[in-house]
Every structure is written in C-alpha cells, then in structure tokens.
Design a protein. Sequence first.
Length: 269
Amino acid sequence: MKFSITHLLPASIVAACATLAAPSANAQAFDAVRLYAAAPDKDGGVAGAALLAVTDYQGSDERRTLALPVLDYQWANGWFAGTTNGVGYNFSANMGMQYGLRLTADLGRKQSRSSALRGMGDVDAKVEFGGFFNYALTPAVSLTSSLRYGAAQNGKGLVVDLGGAYATQIAAQWRLSAGAGVSLANAEYMQSFFGVTAAQAAASGYRTYKPTAGARNGQVSLAVTYLRSPRLSVTARITADTLLGDAADSQLVKKKTGINGVLAAAYAF
C-alpha cells in the first residue's frame, strides 16, 4: 500500500482535525491516534488551540465552553506524545497502516460539574493503558480503532472506540471531512459513569441502577478546514453524539443526544 491515511491532507489539516476529536468534557478524548508527519521517517508536530462548545457531561442538558491548548509531536523512530494522542509508540513504518501501544488519561467526572450529579460523588481521573490500529482503505477513507483500560472508580474500566472518516478537497484551500464512530464499554466503566449504587441512591435521590457492558455511544461529525498556508489551518467541526443501550437508560442522562461544536487553529512544524 503506497498511499497514506493523510494523503489528501497536508500535515496542518490532519493536526487541526485531531483537536476536533477530543472534547474531553464528553469523554471522547483519545478516541483514536492521529499522526501528522508527512512521512514515517520524519519528525513532525502541531501546536494550536481549540474552542469547544460541549455539554457538561455525557447525557447532560447543560452546556459549557472550553478553550484548550493543543500540542502534539511525532518522532521518526515511532514515538509520539501530546494532548490529543497521549504518549505511545507506532510500530508501523507503513503510512497506510498504523498500530501500537500508548498511555492516555481519563479525566473522570466531578459531581460539582452539574446539579444533576449532586450526591453521586466524583469519579477520579485515571491513567489508561491501551493500543490502537488504523487502516487506510483508500486515500480518502480511513478506519480507526482504539482500546483503553484503566478508567472508572476501580481502575478496571475498558473502552473500545471504532471509527471511520472520509476527507476530500472541495476547493484550492478548503477541505471537507466526515466521520462516524461507536464506543463500547465494560460493566465497570458503565457503572462508574452511568450507574447508581445504594450509597449514591441514598445521597442523590436516584434509584439504584446497574448498567451492563455494551455500546456506550455513537457519533457522526462534519468538519470544514481552511488552509491559510500549507502549515496553518483553521477547522470548524460539529458532532452529534448519542448515548446507546444501558448508558442511555441511566437516570443521570437528561438528554440522550448532544450537539458539540469545535473551532480549532493549528500550525504544523
């Protein structure tokens, strides 16, 4: 396979799109690894900032706005580190197929984030260990997958993210991309973020609830990117995220589908 997952997009475009996939307020951070270097034998990085309009937590009907920095770097020897990919190693020199291991972080959830979480207590932030696999079907279509273990109150939460993306040039300086994905979670993760224990029921007024493992959420997105130069880009993206299965049936969920927006500027170096 001679083409790259990023064949149609300069490094700055891919970098900007990476920031759009990580609205940490909605547990989508680190859903996939996106590497930016133009070739596997070259170092490369991206710096920028993103403005996010998101819900307070997955399932909330309240919203907040966040401004987050973006800094990621990829070394020619396979190592990478940054705010959107975590810290890891890509074992593949094939730009059409990437796979490896990495460390990420689940930021947890504070009960002070919303009145709907009062009495539920905090879900502490945790370090996650996992792996990833990306594959380019064509120069315009790519598939991503990621496994992360270590979230939830007991540190045994497991999340699997599966996604696909399409990117194309629509004008000399404009790019259009669309994506879809689904996230699966084990029972430990679902209990920490969507379940209600007996102690939490007594403190919050919710009834006890014990969700099982399964699909957590699905999402679709659409993004437009403007290339100010080969290195500087601005991207606007809108994502519809819908909770599924036992997650959607949780009493903590006030709105099953949330619409999230991101405006990001990125400079590739």
